[in-house]
Design a protein around this ligand. Structure first.
Ligand code: BG6
Length: 481
């Protein structure tokens, strides 16, 4: 059921996320006629700017971050005219009264997108409430970070839920807006082929990799306080794991899907000592470019992990004994997000006496940079086989880019902003999910403290410390590379 808001209010509108993602996404929705022509867009941040000055900033962001084929002068001009700017100091409640007066009538519904410093969260929520911008027809989207452990996340969620009940709270994990992530559900639940095999009887292990070539990208302070485990595993990777491992939901309804995901998150077994490896990049070369070490980028010594690899288990019937190997890191050799499902070998090789060697099937779901689903299957090499049968692994390829060449590829925030404006919570993270994620992550961090685990050095441009290779090799598994 769609319930459109007639007003959108963006906090943190001059920030990096806004310039890179939110403004270009809103522009794309505007250009394609996907947001109502009457939708009013108010943007706010601390800087004192006029509407004109803000629009100039927004124009600069669109020029910088929109792909060239999306830049249409007339459309950009029309879009910018939709943007209104209100300067606001979130720590001063009176500013919210002025904001509410500028926005005026919100009887058509208000969607708020909050991407501000975590320290301003509570003051902003209180200010909104104080100014009457939190009623029944107001919903709020929250961008991470929402806390840095279970306790602080509960604290923020309590503050939010005191004003916005859960059904009007939209917690963003931008991975859920990615096309191939949703294709994972299509693959699993729109095809007969996979689901009967999607369990411990047929699957030997699962790998989830989110590798990045970038380093700190101007976020040194935030990153050093956060580290790879909390920056990437707590949210994006656990959501990918939950979508991979969940039971089929009864429908695509937000509650049905989130109920299934939270069961997986709660079934995560506490990670054992030795089943987690952390790393910190030292100087090296990424894709041919020499790069400095993490500590040089940061300007000080640090024990924050820029890489983490974990062997995880989901303790339920479906996944008993199946390791889920997770790894993510900065300054790795390539940018790649993928889920690899490794099936078990066939129980008996009928080709053995004729020399045929078999590989077990592998399913690769690549989310980025390319989008494809690839199933590696065994096939016989053509020939009369007088010297024996030669079997070879060949890919059954579904390139989503090629199969849907005519469709526009959309960035995750286009979908998520539209879902927020239309009130669809399916791709937003529910409070119980976030808390189950933090509980598991906190236990890992507690283990690090007890065992005094320090990140191991890895050269920038490598796949992490050697110990990450040993983590899988112990089980006779190689990382998919
Ligand atoms: C963010 C992290 O949530 O996700 C960043 O804070 C990371 O450190 C980013 O670079 C990765 O997102 P994407 O969409 O580029 O894979």
């Amino acid at each position: 059921m769609r319930d459109h808001s007639s007003t959108l209010l963006l906090f943190g509108a001059t920030g990096d996320l806004s310039r890179r993602m939110l403004l270009p996404s809103l522009y794309a929705l505007h250009a394609d006629g996907l947001i109502h022509p009457a939708l009013r867009i108010f943007c706010t941040a601390r800087s004192a700017l006029t509407d004109e000055a803000f629009r100039d900033m927004a124009r600069g962001a669109l020029c910088e971050f929109l792909p060239d084929d999306r830049k249409a002068e007339g459309l950009i001009d029309a879009f910018l005219l939709r943007l209104h700017y209100v300067a606001l100091d979130a720590s001063n409640p009176d500013g919210f009264t002025e904001l509410a007066a500028t926005i005026g009538d919100i009887s058509g519904g208000l969607s708020i997108f909050l991407s501000t410093a975590p320290s301003l969260f509570e003051a902003t929520i209180k200010g909104l409430h104080y100014a009457g911008l939190s009623g029944e027809n107001v919903r709020i989207g929250l961008e991470k970070p929402l806390g840095n452990d279970l306790a602080s996340s509960c604290h923020i969620n309590d503050a939010v839920n005191a004003v916005f009940p859960e059904k009007r709270t939209f917690r963003i994990d931008h991975y859920l807006g990615k096309e191939t992530v949703q294709n994972l559900m299509a693959l699993r639940f729109a095809n007969m082929l996979f689901e009967p095999l999607w369990n411990a009887n047929a699957i030997e292990h699962v790998q989830i990799t989110v590798s990045e070539t970038v380093g700190l990208e101007g976020r040194a302070g935030f990153y050093d306080d956060t580290g790879a485990l909390r920056d990437m595993v707590q949210n994006h990777m656990l959501q990918l794991l939950a979508l991979t491992a969940m039971e089929p939901p009864a429908s695509l309804d937000a509650t049905a899907i989130r109920d299934e995901k939270v069961k997986v998150l709660r079934a995560l077994r506490p990670v054992a000592e030795g089943d987690v490896v952390t790393g910190k990049y030292i100087e090296g070369a990424v894709q041919g470019d020499a790069v400095k070490s993490y500590e040089s980028d940061l300007g000080k010594a640090s024990d924050t992990e820029t890489f983490v690899a974990i062997k995880a288990y989901v303790d339920n019937w479906r996944w008993q004994g199946v390791p889920f190997f997770l790894r993510t890191g900065k300054r790795l050799p390539e940018r790649r997000s993928e889920i690899v499902i490794q099936f078990k070998p066939v129980p008996h090789n009928v080709f053995r006496d004729r020399g045929g060697k078999l590989e077990a099937n592998t399913l690769i779901i690549r989310l980025q940079p390319e989008e494809y689903v690839r199933l590696l299957v065994m096939a016989k090499e053509p020939g009369l086989d007088r010297g024996g049968v030669t079997l070879r692994e060949v890919p059954l390829d579904l390139s989503l880019t090629a199969a849907f060449a005519g469709s526009r590829r959309r960035i995750a925030y286009e979908r998520l902003l539209l879902d927020l404006i239309e009130g669809d919570q399916t791709l937003f993270v529910r409070r119980d999910e976030v808390e189950a994620q933090w509980a598991w992550i906190d236990a890992i961090r507690a283990l690090w403290n007890v065992t005094a685990l320090k990140p191991k050095a890895y050269g920038a441009g490598s796949w992490g410390p050697n110990a990450a290779i040993a983590l899988t090799e112990r089980d006779g598994v190689s990382w998919h590379e």
